[in-house]
Design a protein around this ligand. Structure first.
Ligand SMILES: [Zn+2]
Length: 71
């Protein structure tokens, strides 16, 4: 349950919940990967940026969420 990424010395804000960890704009939550639908290139998903808004760095094709490929 420890997040362990707090910056020490900023003792305020305890109990307000970091705002990370539960769906924040993305249907699949933070983390994961975007995969090129064409060549299979995989890049880390950036929070707040939809995979479908990305273009594959290799071939320029639209990226999609990894979870959607595995179906
Ligand atoms: Zn590609």
């Amino acid at each position: 349950m420890e997040r362990g990424n707090r910056i020490p010395g900023q003792g305020k804000g305890l109990g307000r919940g970091g705002g990370q960890g539960r769906n924040k704009g993305g249907a699949f939550g933070p983390g994961g990967y975007c995969v090129c639908a064409k060549c299979g290139k995989k890049v880390p998903h950036e929070q707040g940026v939809k995979c479908t808004m990305l273009k594959c760095p290799d071939c320029g094709h639209t990226m999609i969420r990894e979870e959607l490929l595995k179906k």
